[in-house]
Write a protein that binds this ligand. Structure first.
Ligand code: SF4
Length: 711
């Protein structure tokens, strides 16, 4: 991981404070066999390899391992959540058997802050403040020198490292096949150059000259990425990878482009579509190769051979790129339902019952909306045919919902934006790209957080005004107030349902009342009527005959969308609620209203709870990895002391923040003696297996409860 990006920086820093860095040996079969040191098999090969290399160092008697926490390397973007979480994943796995040294780089918050961890580490090795600051400056220079070398001499990272260590560059194919095609081979260096990747670069070099991402000046790469909507907020390393690819394609510096990616790589599932589309636009053959530790060489070489035989098709009208070319030169689609400029019909993907609140607010402003279809097999299929292979499930299903809405009368799609550490912020513009390529003609309205106000209020205000068809502020505030109360009433009712399910005599009674309640709330026309409905629902619930029982408490944590989307989590809460022996009282505090009060409209209670969760997660995961990653850890760490018997952790396949959390929860569960059951939800997750695992988990909780009571 970071060795392949920042070794010159870290080597120079530690050299200058008198500490020798010992590198793990190159990946061998022995090291590959140590990948099971990673607590789960879920992370990408890069993370599992780091665990294997760390294990190898420990087996060689090393007691202190350096694993940087890379939060952000540039003021406007972050690194992949796994670069943030990996040192803590390893630290938890080591359980104190060795020390993990974690210098943190977080330029997102300004220079002084990120130096703090280096000052602490430096002084722990006896270096003075002055010495440490000088070491940091030299480290920066060395890093820039390395980057300059790659560009100036067209060297790959390992070649430049060798040169910096005055060792011969030693790449037999580097210069041989001049005169052949020029091939761009793009990808993370820890994928391209690690031995597990079978030296694929050499295979490309047999055909011709190869250009890799680090050979493209970062300024040129950044210029290209800046042509995309909020391109400057793309993950740091991906900005160089995608920017380099767009630079090589748009300036026709390559005859072919290959992207070498890792299975389950989150950021790649976002950038690959931009590369694919630009290559198509330029008529340059594009190959996507994804690898992991099980990938065989023969298959890859065959694909490379076939790819190298593909001839470029130079399109007559090569288009130069525009700012976010996706929205500017919309494909001249054959007309499909959804346009009708005169109409203004909004559709929005769903998350639990949130669309009920948003559609009510829009109706208050006189905006016509289409009811969001629930997630289903049909919706999944509509999204899956378009979605990138390793993109997370929420992307695929919300894309399917968008298609359904456009096919059923919507001509505007309202979707959240907001570039953070995970992929959510990129959904809307990639989904727009994919839908336009299929010929849909519509407007994607991306609504981002208004915070920080100084930076984002103006954009938020104009999007809100546009979405509400220039309604007056009074109308907009009344509408938002109305929508908020519907959302809050539904979330309160759900918590009541969780409790009553555990005690009701006749199973299913409260669920029947709740479904009626939702339909009434949808039709409610005023805030007063919303809360009248809530009082009626409370009375109904209070009148339900209950039994005297001691249900086990099960806390549900995980990625918010999967937690709130019942179809996607196979109606887990109902399944738990139907359990007879043991009876289950579900504890789920993740909700739209909770999120609203912890992020947009802070209340004392919500902020105190947020603080308590952050405090509880810190000993296990010191830095926020985006999404709900650290919240899953914090809520699990608090579970036992809050009377919870077990935790069910829900995450979409390849969800980066939750993969970090999942690997930490393995040790945390043992350490705090709290059973944790993780479900990785994919579009293939089957009901039978899911239910069996839930039942087995409940048996364990019942057994533990019984043992506790009898001893
Ligand atoms: S998910 Fe992708 S970017 Fe993140 S660590 Fe893995 S390979 Fe690298």
């Amino acid at each position: 991981m970071s060795y392949y990006y920042l070794y010159p920086f870290f080597k120079t820093f530690f050299d200058n404070i008198g500490v020798e860095l010992v590198l793990s040996q190159e990946t061998t079969k022995t090291i590959l066999n140590k990948m099971d040191f990673c607590p789960t098999d879920e992370p990408c090969v890069a993370v599992k390899l780091l665990f294997a290399h760390a294990k190898d160092l420990l087996d060689r008697g090393i007691e202190r391992v350096l694993v940087p926490c890379l939060v952000s390397l540039e003021p406007r973007n972050f690194c992949c959540p796994k670069f943030i979480g990996i040192p803590y994943m390893l630290k938890n796995a080591l359980q104190g058997t060795a020390e993990v040294i974690i210098p943190k780089i977080d330029r997102y918050r300004g220079r002084k802050e990120w130096q703090h961890s280096f000052l602490t580490i430096g002084s722990s090795f006896g270096a003075s403040h002055k010495q440490i600051i000088e070491a940091l400056q030299k480290a920066d220079q060395a890093q820039r020198e390395f980057e300059r070398l790659c560009v100036k001499q067209r060297l790959t990272t390992p070649e430049a490292y060798r040169l910096l260590q005055n060792r011969p560059v030693n790449s037999p194919h580097r210069t041989t096949a001049n005169g052949g095609p020029v091939v761009g081979v793009i990808g993370h260096p820890y994928i391209l150059y690690d031995n597990f990747c079978l030296d694929l670069l050499a295979h490309f070099r047999e055909y011709g000259q190869v250009i890799t991402a680090e050979m493209v000046p970062s300024a040129a790469a950044r210029r290209e990425v800046a042509t995309l909507l909020e391109g400057e907020r793309l993950w740091s390393f991906e900005a160089q990878i995608l920017g380099a690819a767009l630079h090589l394609l748009r300036h026709r510096k390559v005859d072919k482009l290959a992207l070498l990616g890792s299975f389950e790589c989150g950021p790649e599932s976002i950038i690959e579509k931009y590369m694919e589309e630009e290559a198509e636009r330029q008529g340059i053959p594009f190959l996507l190769l994804t690898v992991d530790e099980h990938t065989g060489e023969a298959g890859l070489v065959t694909r490379i051979e076939a790819f190298m035989d593909v001839q470029a098709i130079v399109p007559d009208n090569i288009q130069t790129h525009h700012r976010d070319h996706i929205s500017n030169d919309t494909a001249q689609a054959n007309f499909l339902p959804g346009s009708r400029e005169e109409e203004f019909v909004i559709g929005m993907p769903g998350m639990g019952h949130l669309d009920v609140a948003i559609r009510s607010a829009l109706a208050e402003c006189g905006v016509k909306t289409i009811k969001t279809p629930h997630a289903s097999k049909e919706i999944l299929e509509l999204g899956r045919v378009l979605a990138p292979e390793f993109v997370c499930l929420p992307f695929t299903i919300t894309l399917g919902q968008m298609r359904w809405l456009l096919e059923n009368g919507a001509n505007k799609i309202l979707m959240v934006g907001g570039k953070g550490k995970c992929r959510l912020g990129w959904y809307a513009q990639i989904q727009e790209q994919l839908l336009r390529r299929l010929g849909y003609d519509f407007e994607m309205i991306i609504i981002d957080s208004p915070l920080p106000l100084k930076e984002r209020w103006a954009q938020f205000r104009s999007t809100l005004k546009h979405t509400t068809r220039q309604s007056s502020w009074l109308n907009i505030l009344k509408a938002l107030y109305f929508g908020y109360h519907k959302m809050a009433a539904i979330d309160r009712a759900e918590r009541l349902v969780h409790r009553i399910r555990a005690f009701e005599e006749k199973r299913g009674t409260i669920d029947r009342y709740f479904n009626q309640f939702i339909r009434k709330i949808e039709r409610a026309s005023s805030t007063a009527s919303v809360w009248k409905l809530w009082e009626d629902f409370q009375e109904q619930a209070a009148a339900i005959p209950t039994i005297d029982t001691d249900p086990v408490r099960v806390r549900i944590v995980g990625e918010i969308w999967v937690v709130l989307e019942a179809y996607v989590n196979l109606h887990l809460e109902e399944m738990l609620g139907k359990s007879t022996d043991p009876r289950v009282w579900v504890d789920r505090e993740i909700s739209a209203t909770n999120w609203f009060h912890q992020h947009l409209f802070p209340t004392k209670e919500a902020m105190q709870r947020k603080e308590a969760i952050n405090r509880a997660s810190k000993p296990y995961l010191e830095t926020d990895v985006g999404g709900h990653g650290h919240i899953s850890v914090g809520l699990t760490a608090l579970a036992k002391e809050e009377g919870i018997d077990g935790v069910i952790h829900l995450m979409p396949f390849t969800c980066m923040p939750e993969i970090v959390a999942q690997n930490i929860l393995v040790q945390l569960s043992n350490k705090l003696d709290i059973p944790v059951l993780t479900f990785i939800i994919t579009d293939q997750t089957g009901e039978a297996g899911f239910e069996t695992r839930v039942e087995a988990f409940l048996d364990i909780l019942k057994e533990r409860r019984f043992t506790t009571h009898t001893h």
